[in-house]
Design a protein around this ligand. Sequence first.
Ligand SMILES: Cc1ncc(COP(=O)(O)O)c(C=O)c1O
Length: 386
Amino acid sequence: MPAPNFASRINQALTQRRKQGLDRKIRPVIGGNQSELEWNGRRFFNFSSNDYLGLAHDAELLKAWQQGLSVYGSGSGASPLVTGFSHAHNNLESALCDWLGFERAILFNSGFSANQALLFSLLEKGDCLLQDKVNHASLIEAGMLSPATMRRFKHNDTAHLSSMLNAEHATLVVTEGVFSMDGDCAPLAELQNTCIDKAWLAVDDAHGIGVLGEEGRGSCDAAQMTPDILVVTFGKAFGLSGAAILCNQNTGDYLTQFARHHVYSTAMPPSQAYALTHAIEMIRTQNWRREKLNELSATYEELLVDLPQYRQTQTPIKPFVMGGSSCTVNAADYLRQQGLWLTAIRPPTVAKNSARLRVTLTANHNKKQVKTLAAGLRQAIERQED
Ligand SMILES: Cc1ncc(COP(=O)(O)O)c(C=O)c1O
């Protein structure tokens, strides 16, 4: 047997990706966190960023981060249990608990690592992990690598989940609050009822926090429920990056001891924690950002509701579902020529034959931009029909 050859394995995988029309490109852009971006000397309306509330380039938030830098310096210098945890981190955890109504908040450098840390530290062999079929890759991958037995229930189907629950195993049910590629909401109150006395419920609200609920408290607040565990990420509505797991006191103590992505990773810069605390204040008090999103959503709906590719959502994520991968990529290329920046999302990120343009609205967009987008999407469809 020849020795395994990484170079040929890499070549084969790349060739296959290209043949399937599924290879992805990374492009350096200027202003990817603004409503207009620049690439290759051209300007585009940006409908691809997750900066839902328009905070990533907000002067007030930039100033807060700069202030944090002048007080705390740049890097945190160590992992949290060594010397990386500062008053700025402590204040951020308290602000999160106060806002979201949990006893503890544990910080992470990304949502991906928070999800991995949660599943790896909580689950043991013999446990049962039940996940919504279309949960984010970070959750599905963590579940596959965890020692628990993972099963996936049909998307948002509480009856299917119920049929999988039994009292014999310690069971964790995991769902997103708002699904990242579909923009739809999980039936959180129903899920919670289904889990009573049978399982813990964890909600990853990466796309709902800041956007939904009173003072932007997210999907759980909108559904008037509190999960056992809530994951929030800071790379979207917060306009920054990082994440936190919210939970009760004991679970927080447990994660502080055993969540390896927390224990063995350099803490986020204290200036970032300082800026994040300021972002919470902005999210809570600047309701106009959520109102603006609702207005833009209404305009988008009014202009496109008659098209079969349109999907109604209560969130700024507006999937425009085209079906085939190559027609979706063609549409994205065409729209780019028209000055509209949209990302084609294809399998394996979404199910086969459900490739889509993932439109995201932000509080920084204006109606004129949304009208231009709607006209462009219509032309892209008409062009394909000719
Ligand atoms: C639902 C969900 N959870 C977690 C993550 C990962 O978060 P981060 O980008 O902070 O790693 C994402 C990222 O897009 C996401 O959509």
